[in-house]
Design a protein around this ligand. Structure first.
Ligand SMILES: N[C@@H](CCC(=O)N[C@@H](CS)C(=O)NCC(=O)O)C(=O)O
Length: 196
């Protein structure tokens, strides 16, 4: 049964699933922009979470990127992640969630630099803390040996933080180097967001 991925060209969650499925030539990618009325109505009609990415395996809906990864892993019989790898994935996904929260708030007109706002401060603090935590792991990753869902997620996170000007990745030479080393991996160039 062919897989259908519903998502945008900019979402970091969508991008990591596109990278994961890059070699599946039967994948159907259905682009949506949930800020446009027609696409938003379509998304709501197929996904009660009203979020992207969404995956369909035939008629079976799969709603969350981590669940998609687990589902694909089982289907393709990929090796199970160790607890250390699961933790890396949680760190990347949580940094992504904080970034996406800040982006959405800024889009809604909120001053995300407001230091008096408990929620904003927590999101703002979390990103550098998590990014710093990822550096020792990132330094050990090799683009030939370690092109997997973790490094795909990291590429998607770092690229998106820069794209949306949410966090200055360039202040970490190790991460600039990571982006450069992984830039030629399969699908990375092709899944870059078109100019905004
Ligand atoms: N936990 C979800 C998060 C997905 C998510 O936050 N997607 C964003 C786009 S990057 C979204 O759909 N935002 C619209 C909304 O939440 O209303 C996943 O891992 O798939």
């Amino acid at each position: 049964m062919a897989l259908t991925l519903i998502g945008s060209f900019t979402s970091p969650y969508v991008r990591k699933i596109r990278l994961l499925l890059w070699n599946d030539k039967s994948l159907i990618f259905r682009p949506v922009n949930y800020l446009e009325v027609e696409d938003s109505e379509f998304l709501k009609s197929v996904n009660p979470l009203n979020q992207i990415p969404m995956l369909l395996d035939g008629e079976t809906p799969i709603y969350d990127s981590r669940v998609m990864f687990n589902y694909i892993s089982k289907k393709w019989k990929l090796p199970e992640l160790s607890i250390e790898q699961e933790n890396i994935l949680s760190i990347i996904d949580t940094a992504m969630a904080s970034g996406v929260n800040l982006f959405s708030l800024r889009k809604g007109g909120i001053d995300i630099g407001d230091k008096s706002h408990y929620f904003l401060v927590r999101q703002q603090e979390r990103i550098p803390t998590l990014i710093t935590h990822l550096i020792p792991w990132a330094l050990k990753q090799d683009p030939i040996k370690d092109w997997n869902y973790l490094t795909m997620s990291m590429v998607s996170l770092l690229y998106w933080l820069q794209l949306r000007d949410i966090y200055s990745v360039s202040s970490h030479p190790e991460l600039v180097d990571f982006i450069q080393r992984f830039s030629q991996c399969p699908g990375v160039i092709e899944t870059e967001a078109p100019p905004l």
